[in-house]
Design a protein around this ligand. Sequence first.
Ligand SMILES: C[S@@+](CC[C@H](N)C(=O)[O-])C[C@H]1O[C@@H](n2cnc3c(N)ncnc32)[C@H](O)[C@@H]1O
Length: 381
Amino acid sequence: MIKYIGSKRRLVPVLGDLFATSGARTALDLFTGTTRVAQEFKRRGAVVTAVDTARYSEIFAKCWIEASADDVSGAELAAALARLSGLPPAAGYFTETFCKQSRFFQPHNGARIDAIRNEIESEYAGSALYPMLLTSLILAADRVDSTTGLQMAYLKEWAPRAYNDLELRPPELIEGRGAAIRGDAAELAPTLGPFDFAYLDPPYNQHRYFTNYHVFETLVAWDEPEVYGVACKRIDSRDPSTKSVFNQKRNMPDALRSTIKALEAEVLVVSYNNEAWISLDELCDMCSHHDRVTPLSFDSKRYVGAQIGIHNPSGKKVGKVSHLRNLEYVVVAGPKRTVETMTAPYDRGHDASASGLCHHAAGRRDPRGLRSGMAIERSYG
Ligand SMILES: C[S@@+](CC[C@H](N)C(=O)[O-])C[C@H]1O[C@@H](n2cnc3c(N)ncnc32)[C@H](O)[C@@H]1O
């Protein structure tokens, strides 16, 4: 999977468990990004709808969420990837822009990306293989880039991985049904649903995905845009239509409130982080039209293999908890019984060590005020 800011990689097992214990059959992932959370819901049997404004997200969602593994023959996919891998390099716009004007990729990989991307467009546009081939190319490019994971800048010295040869691998498809929708969550919210379960992981600060992942936007759009600045960002980055209300400090709280309100979902699960412009209290209030609202918190900054720290509901420290700034919050809202069932494992000091996460109960207050080891009142509403 691509390097992606705000990706919920470590929370995936927890979110999957919350989905499973809710008893839901349909799920919405409204800010799907890499689609890794939507994929987990689908693996657990959900019919999933995945929504995002990003072009690459839509491609990922068409590959992993909309398509079923049995729609595509593995042999056919492997043959197409082998054919694309064997194409002679053909330096073009991508090489010129992202390997010469800027240095996101080495030219030997850029010229192969140009050749492969052109062939995907001319030979596979409209075919069932198209999103799989494009997904494979994006993931391959990500493995040989020279960034820290954001495309606002590239490294001064080439990253060691940039010297590797681009390698196309088949994406692992998932059986089942789903839908991929590209669009604005705030606009779409009233038109989607009903869902048994909705998961929201919006941006909570000014960092724009459109500019942070502009190379992938262009790789999908394949529209040779005019670019500006050292990072060769797309000129339409300046266009208001590419700006998200969730990156605007003044407008984000109202937008999130009305998006949450407009969703037709039995159970709502919202990710939150402590760099957000709103407080945990505010977020819980936004969910308060549901019977019960329970925030959970997870400490995601741990050494792999370390003994995790868990705090039981009475506040007793039964393990080690690391820095506050790495807390991840998950607000669970819905019918009282359902929310109690979903959050019960965490009341008992559930060991989520497999995911590298340590749970401790979150109080209804600004997370910046929480201390390690605080376990205060969890459920209300
Ligand atoms: C925190 S990331 C989601 C990460 C995702 N849960 C994952 O694990 O990969 C937020 C996502 O919201 C998307 N986004 C930003 N503004 C949006 C909007 N107005 N409507 C829909 N999606 C939006 C971004 O493109 C980004 O993919």
